[in-house]
Design a protein around this ligand. Structure first.
Ligand code: C2O
Ligand code: CU
Length: 507
């Protein structure tokens, strides 16, 4: 993914010299901290939860002083919400944050301004099918000292969802500060598969951060005080469940991992150093139809991977999870399994039936361009969808209970993970085209065949990678509720300026 992201500190012509000393994260001793685990993953809270956003100080590595962050819980690994499909859940989201932000706000971005409070939050459950008023609409923000109660009907299949801040113009900073958590929905179809559970089902929440020498979060700026926004960046500190390069003691048996990429803009390319494949069983919106052995799991921001890893052939050894060439998590495999009575879970052959949505069922095809505007020296200034900014009137009005094809025509040089609220969808295909011909003659000249989804992407999705110079086509049924929703790039810097658009589901 290297060519997709500029190096973090590419200075703008007017940027001052950067003087903040940075932490050399890669020089920290790896695998000295145990992977933090949630207290329980198996307890369903009956019907009602209160979740409080607060400032915390957390040790992200043995040799780094405590880091100031924000979280939905007492540690960087916020409570994992566990719910049952069809059992409604009410959550009161409480904003107990300080009134001043500790990261650099860009007051020129949509929804920002000196005339409104600096600290605003709006919690969105990513992947949940909810009425618009509970969806965490970006302008539905509330401030410190306030709360908002939302009812989640959860009329949807088992899946790895997550929750995060979505406040207008601020969520790139609020998420970077730490406002995110996992939200698992379970159902009887999943139960019947008897996948590894309890202490053999482990969440892995992945993200990257830049850190100052004293261990504090650093969010880069452009150097222009009027417009500090940067188009994207990658931090060299990779955290899992809140720790840099932790270790996990495992038994020589099958495990299930629920992996979430909650980074602002980093893509993860995960593999095992043993060359053993990863068995993917689910993606954004639940289980695949059958397990898929994959050499690499590539997760764009907001994407999820539900995977099985078998340590039974590695007793007494270590196995590493890698991102690219860097080992980011060490598994220490015990010599013997302690859970002798429990039979070794096995990998089911089939997971569930996923009916393919037929193209012929689509009532319309919407073509949506992904555009980027640069300044004279090539710095990104703005990215938009269909050449329209967020505040322009709604142009997408799908009808409830109809199916549509959306094709994303990516005219930029980045891969953009596009996410639609409310719905789940299927990838139809991706096809490369010649951008020059498109601009000059307003014509599509394809330069490849249409590539169908790989097994990894063949299930239900809510976020889809749209590679450069390609048309990515999805098919989506608008089900559930009418009302105002949105779709956007999940590179949070892109979303903030201004790759986000409303859509309205109409009766
Ligand atoms: Cu992860 Cu608009 O959301
Ligand atoms: Cu993007």
């Amino acid at each position: 993914m290297g060519d997709m992201h500029q190096t973090p500190h590419t200075p703008l012509p007017n940027a001052p010299d950067k003087t903040v000393p940075m932490l050399h994260v890669l020089q920290l001793t790896p695998f000295v901290d145990p992977l933090p685990l949630p207290e329980t993953m198996g307890v369903a809270h009956p019907g009602k939860l209160r979740i409080t956003m607060r400032e915390i100080h957390a040790k992200i590595h043995r040799d780094v002083p405590p880091t100031l962050m924000w979280s939905y819980g007492p540690t960087p690994l916020a409570p994992i919400i566990e719910a049952r499909s069809g059992h409604p859940l009410e959550i009161e989201w409480i904003n107990n944050l300080p009134t001043k932000h500790f990261l650099p706000i860009d007051y020129s971005l949509h929804g920002c301004g000196h005339d409104i409070p600096d600290v605003r939050t709006s919690t969105h459950v990513h992947g949940a099918r909810v009425p618009s008023k509970a969806d965490g609409y970006p302008t539905d923000w509330f401030v410190s000292g306030k709360s908002k109660t939302c009812l989640y009907p959860l009329e949807q299949d088992a899946a790895t969802l997550w929750y995060h801040d979505h406040a207008m113009g601020l969520n790139r900073l609020n998420t970077y500060a730490g406002l995110f958590g996992l939200f698992l929905i379970r159902d009887s179809a999943e139960d019947s598969l008897q996948l590894p559970s309890g202490k053999h089902e482990i969440p892995l929440v992945l993200y990257d951060r830049e850190l100052t020498a004293d261990g504090q979060l650093f969010y880069p700026t452009s150097g222009d005080p009027e417009h500090p926004w940067v188009s994207e960046f990658e931090g060299d500190g990779i955290l899992i469940n809140g720790k840099i390069r932790p270790y996990l003691e495992v038994e020589p048996r099958l495990y299930r991992f629920r992996i979430l990429n909650t980074a602002n803009s980093r893509f993860f390319n995960l593999s095992l150093d043993t060359q053993q494949p990863i068995t993917q069983i689910g993606s954004d919106q639940g289980l695949l139809s059958a397990p898929a052995d994959i050499p690499h799991l590539i997760l764009a921001p907001a994407e999820r991977g539900d995977v099985l890893i078998d340590f039974s052939k590695s007793s007494g050894q270590t196995v590493h999870l890698r991102n690219g060439a860097l080992d980011i998590l060490q598994f220490r495999v015990a010599a013997q399994s302690t859970s002798t009575a429990e039979h070794v879970a096995s990998i089911p052959k089939n997971l569930r039936t996923i009916p393919r949505l037929a193209e012929s069922s689509s009532v319309t095809t919407r073509t949506i361009t992904l555009d980027e505007y640069k300044d004279k020296v090539g710095n990104s200034m703005l990215m938009v969808l269909n050449q329209k900014r967020w505040h322009e009137p709604v142009t997408e009005r799908p009808k409830l209970n109809t199916t549509e094809i959306w094709e994303f025509v990516n005219l930029t040089e980045d891969t953009h993970p596009l996410h639609l609220h409310l719905v789940r969808f299927q990838l139809l295909d991706r096809r490369r085209f010649d951008v020059f011909t498109y601009y000059t003659y307003n014509k599509l000249r394809y330069t490849s065949d249409a590539l169908p989804p790989t097994p990894s992407e063949a299930g239900w999705k809510d976020t889809i990678q749209c590679p450069p110079k390609s048309i990515t086509r999805i098919i989506v049924r608008f089900e559930g509720y009418t009302g105002n929703y949105l779709y956007h790039c999940h590179v949070l810097e892109h979303e903030a300026n201004d790759m986000m658009r409303p859509f309205e589901v109409v009766a």
